[in-house]
Design a protein around this ligand. Sequence first.
Ligand SMILES: Cc1ncc(COP(=O)(O)O)c(C=O)c1O
Ligand SMILES: N[C@@H](CCCC[NH3+])C(=O)O
Length: 422
Amino acid sequence: MNNKDFIFDGCNMSEIAGKYGTPLYVMSESSILERCREIKEDFLDKYPNTRAVFASKAFQTLEICRMVTNEGLGLDTVSGGEIYTAYKAGVPMENLDFHGNNKTLDEIKMAVDYNVGRVVVDNMYELEALNEYAEKKNKRVKILFRITPGVDCHTHKFITTGQLDSKFGIPLDKEVTNDFIKIALDKKNIELMGFHFHVGSQLATNESHLAALMVAINLIKDVKQVLGFETKELNIGGGFGIHYVESEKRVRISEFIDPIMKELYDKCKEYELMIPQVTIEPGRWIVGEAGVTLYTIGSIKEIPGVRKYIGIDGGMTDNIRPGLYGAKYDAVIANKMDQSIKEKVTIAGKCCESTDILIYDIELPKAESGDTLAVFSTGAYCYSMASNYNKIPRPAVVMVKDGKDRLIVKRETYDDLISREI
Ligand SMILES: Cc1ncc(COP(=O)(O)O)c(C=O)c1O
Ligand SMILES: N[C@@H](CCCC[NH3+])C(=O)O
């Protein structure tokens, strides 16, 4: 095997770029399976009465739905489209949790018609609509209430969700929550199972989860005392961080979860509460590091004394995260892994936007037009947030495992781009 090419899950990335074209999303099946198995070992098998659901917003295709289902995970969905994809992939509908801060009436009906396992209710409008439709269909729908635990977390402010001033969830004011619970308990076609919180994304520690857990336990204790409601389920969300650049590392699931489970068990004992079923819903942690995006380098532009721009054949249309959050990425030249002399360059996307810069000031071997650039940790929130801005077709997705490759999403064609236009 040569040492000049980047090998990913046994596959030569320069050859894969040649075979499928670029830009190209490449996903490592081994990495996804490893993460799922860590969840099974360190959470599902270790603690009784637990569930894990994959947050499909991070990366959803038919194949990933089938893969995580085979590994014993459920799916967190947030739209009719995500429910439909899971349905078409053959995922048992009871494995689905359905989220959203403004589910449409059509989506609410769909959740009832498809017999989605849990609806995570965010507001009163939704609760009323859900009950009304379930009554019409003579069904009883299991729900959790999404609460806003009022904790701030240390991540980019655009990806926090659990702070008090948030569009997500029910604010934790005793009167508001007690009202919600009373109303839900009175509804014939609703079965309240418990509560859900999600504090934010790309978290390096479990500090915010622990703070939110204490808020949730106090709520569970209060609603038992005041309303006699015994909480059967608690969903503690996702948000576990991964490695993007050198300063970040992926946390082991046990490191994150063990202190949370200990705190939950201790407090339930102290307050004489039933231990609820605990669900986690990681997205990024399962698929983020499994992804690499391959690009072909085209134009190279040096502004003397200022900056050297390396132009790639993709950009913000396949990875909006740098533009949206200032997210940082690491990369290599996939066909020059043996070259140690490096120069500082900036990777520019091809969109007609000044903010379409994928990576500022990265040290790479001397780039030449035609080289293949591989950007790491692009498995989460890249394909799923891709767009057709500038009428750029979305890339294909290839799954690799132990030296074998297979196409799981075809590249969009120019005809696809206009297929809905009249
Ligand atoms: C409700 C909910 N659950 C789970 C997730 C998954 O987050 P992550 O991909 O950071 O694990 C999100 C996204 O932040 C979310 O909003
Ligand atoms: N899409 C975001 C995270 C938000 C997830 C949904 N609450 C990201 O790329 O990091």
